[in-house]
Ligand binder design. Structure first.
Ligand code: P1T
Length: 377
């Protein structure tokens, strides 16, 4: 039934049917750890909530539909989703990673999985020769974000998916764009990952992670690992993401128009050295953004003179709350160097101390501009 529906309709209906016994239009929160069996193995499709839970099933079907994939899997956090993907690999395997990613992803790869014998190359994905040169016979995955956190760089998904050898998994962290603006599986990616804590949930009230994919055997491996390692979300958290995702399309439109207006305003401000936003004509990959995305999203980064100027700005905003995370209806501001990306300090992917990151919310844009104006002085 859901095959031919448009994105905004899928966001409200995919994976969700009125409850057959009561008619409840909202998917119930099946707050149960276990399911009664008539005889051993004679059950109604559910045995134990780590292995499967009906509220989670609805969310898994939803993310599959929103990403135009066949399969979805839900996790307790974005990092739990990434961690489960990493468990596909063995000591000696090599992973190529885009050289701008969330600090927690860097930490998981370099501080945890390196100890288990995996190796990582951090590569500028905008440079096709460098990407080609990074593949070795041991390379098993290419992991990337587009747009990246926090520098809002883009990767050409079609070109990368075509250039990767057949046996290399191309995995895209689609958290910043959300499936409303970009669907990496349609460009040839093998796995899409989300921190549903962000735009999919959309209301800063839940931590979660999601995967979407098409390949059946890869899905079976990941589903096995999901159950074997057990980093699953509870039913209440699944419900919150299901509810939040219903308005994803509308929210992303407003995030995008607010962010573009703010990015343009910041570009004209004398205290700002550089604005990073894919929707600006000055963004080096603006043309790619227009090809690959249907909107430019709500994340804007800016570079101020130095660390002191950045710290001053993030402490002075009033509507933009100083906090980690992003993608909620309310605007947030943060200092990646000392907050979300502190774990990359002194590494090859360390961030500029003068960088400030905005998660532009869906408030009235004039109020947001006034707040930035008073904070920049
Ligand atoms: O926080 P969690 O749900 O575990 O998701 C991790 C994660 C993965 N990928 C991207 C692109 C992310 O931005 C995040 C989380 N990021 C923040 C908390 C942040 O403020 O950047």
């Amino acid at each position: 039934m859901t095959d031919k529906l448009h994105f905004d309709t899928l966001a409200i209906h995919a994976g969700q049917e009125p409850d057959p016994t009561t008619g409840a239009i909202m998917t119930p929160i099946y707050q149960t750890s276990t399911f009664v069996q008539a005889a051993p193995g004679d059950h109604k499709g559910y045995e134990y909530s780590r292995s499967g839970n009906p509220t989670r099933t609805a969310l898994e079907a939803l993310i599959a539909a929103l990403e135009q994939g066949r399969y979805g899997l839900a996790f307790a956090s974005g990092l739990a989703a990434i961690d489960t993907v990493m468990k596909l690999f063995n000591p000696g395997d090599h992973i190529i990673v885009g050289n701008d990613v969330y600090g927690g992803t860097f930490r998981l790869f370099e501080k945890v999985y390196r100890r288990f014998g995996l190796t990582f190359s951090w590569v500028d994905l905008g440079n096709p020769e460098k990407v080609q040169a990074a593949f070795t016979p041991q390379t098993k995955m290419l992991w990337l974000e587009t747009p990246t956190n926090p520098l809002l760089s883009l990767a050409d998904l079609t070109a990368l998916a075509e250039s990767a050898p057949q046996n290399v998994i191309v995995a895209v962290d689609n958290t910043f764009a959300s499936p409303a603006l970009q669907q990496p599986l349609t460009f040839g990616a093998d796995i899409v990952m989300h921190s549903s804590t962000k735009y999919l949930g959309g209301h800063s009230d839940v931590v979660g992670g999601l995967l979407a994919l098409n390949d059946e055997s890869l899905y079976n491996e990941l589903k096995f690992l999901q159950n074997a390692a057990g980093a699953v979300p509870g039913p209440m958290d699944c419900f919150l993401v299901l509810r939040g995702a219903k308005t994803l399309g509308l929210r992303m439109e407003r995030h995008s128009t607010n962010a573009l207006q703010i990015a343009r305003w910041l570009e004209d401000h004398s205290a700002v050295r550089r604005v990073l936003y894919p929707g600006l004509e000055s963004h080096p990959q603006h043309e790619l953004a227009k090809r690959q995305m249907t909107g430019f999203g709500g994340m804007v980064s800016l570079i101020l003179e130095d660390e002191q100027a950045a710290r001053k700005m993030v402490s002075r905003t009033k509507l933009f709350a100083l906090a980690e995370s992003l993608g909620g209806v309310e605007s947030l501001i943060e200092h990646p160097y000392s907050m979300t990306h502190a774990s990359t300090a002194d590494s090859e992917i360390a961030v500029d101390p003068g960088l400030v990151r905005l998660s532009v919310g869906i408030e009235n844009v004039d109020d947001l501009l006034a707040d930035l104006q008073q904070a920049l002085g």
